[in-house]
Design a protein around this ligand. Structure first.
Ligand code: SF4
Length: 370
């Protein structure tokens, strides 16, 4: 398929139309500036964009306000302890983002005197800021004429310029980044390119959707190659199905007579790093009897009665977790066994645990009661 030539021309034609459409159709978001195109606060952009990655808007809304209330400035965040940052991230998942945001805040204080730098080139040097987030901060907070390119915008660019490829292919994303930068510059002087960049995101989310794009209401329809040639169903190409590895997990909720539950902290690296959990054993390969695995790992005698509470699947980007939740009353003997097998286990009430860094999966696990 051709049609790659003339991005600049198509941008000059399409970008002003997109800006007009965006002004009329932008959805309300708590972090969106009013009037549209007003420069936003860089710290708020940074927090909201990191929260929004792989997380639904509705979930982010309340977490965003809560987070900003506790850490109103980048310096407040930089001086906070990591467990508190993780605790305020709860409900959003992908806690690695919280850690990176925290590191980025510290780098801003250390290397930039507490002021978030104003260009994509400098922003991308901060920990955890990929091209997307760096562009978002540069565009929304400093009006640098650059596009924010995620899977949605990659799809729009592939269709608009008639290029075959998958919107999740890193090569196509890199191509789309260059084309989208050229496109937004077609929106003239500031804040035109910023509005065009936001408009591309909005268009990808609401009009140029993966299946059945609504070309009849699209401001780019007149200049769109896929639309003109009837390729909207063929672009983007579906991504190749990949096999997601399965991780089996058993979590044991052990509760004593005072409502205190045994908890441990996960290792500082890997999935759910440094977060608290009910004692949990994970394994890969074949499925095994979860109660047997738990008995073995936590040194429970056969007479100790484990009850199965729930089984559920938790899907992450790269793995599928198959959880079994067991429960057991903490008699003195049970306590001795578990403390011997897991010397770092501590005991806390559910209210205390709610204040700790707890993943949504473990919140579900700990809802089980004996
Ligand atoms: S005309 Fe259709 S395919 Fe082209 S950008 Fe608009 S919605 Fe997408």
């Amino acid at each position: 398929m051709g049609g790659e030539r003339g991005t600049k021309g198509r941008g000059r034609e399409g970008a002003p139309l997109l800006v007009r459409w965006f002004r009329a159709n932008a959805r309300e978001m708590p972090w969106r500036s009013r009037p549209l195109g007003t420069r936003r606060d860089a710290y708020r952009v940074l927090v909201s964009e990191l929260m929004l990655q792989q997380t639904q808007v509705q979930r982010v809304t309340s977490a965003f306000e809560r987070f900003l209330e506790r850490f109103p400035t980048v310096a407040d965040l930089a001086s906070a302890a990591e467990p508190e940052v993780l605790a305020l991230w709860s409900g959003l998942g992908y806690y690695r983002r919280a850690r990176l945001l925290h590191l980025a805040a510290r780098a801003v204080v250390r290397a930039h005197g507490g002021r978030i730098p104003g260009t994509r080139e400098e922003l991308i040097e901060l920990p955890g800021l990929g091209p997307y987030t760096a562009s978002a901060v540069a565009s929304l907070a400093f009006h640098e004429p650059v596009a924010m390119v995620d899977g949605n915008v990659t799809r729009v660019m592939l269709r608009f310029l008639g290029r075959r490829g998958s919107a999740s292919d890193p090569k196509q994303i890199a191509w789309a980044r260059e084309r989208a930068d050229e496109f937004v510059r077609g929106a003239g002087k500031r804040p035109g390119p910023t509005l065009a960049a936001e408009g591309l995101m909005e268009l990808g989310a609401t009009v140029c959707v993966p299946r059945g794009p609504r070309c009849e209401v699209c401001p780019l329809a007149g200049a769109c190659v896929a639309r003109a040639r009837g390729w909207t169903d063929a672009i983007p190409e579906p991504k190749r199905a990949k096999v997601t590895p399965v991780v089996w997990a058993v979590s044991v909720v052990v509760e004593d007579g005072k409502g205190r539950v045994a908890i441990e902290t996960r290792p500082p690296k890997g999935m759910w790093a440094s977060m608290v959990q009910a004692p949990t054993i994970e394994w890969t390969g074949t499925d095994r009897d979860a109660a047997e695995v738990a008995r073995e790992a936590l040194a429970f005698a056969p007479s100790m009665k484990l009850r199965e509470r729930e089984r559920f699947t938790h899907q992450t980007t790269h793995r599928r977790f198959e959880f079994t939740v067991l429960s057991l009353r903490a008699t003195d003997r049970v306590k001795r066994s578990i403390e011997r097998a897991r010397p770092r286990v501590t005991w806390a009430t559910r209210e205390e645990i709610a204040e700790m860094a707890l993943s949504s999966v473990q919140a579900r696990v700990l809802a089980a009661r004996d």
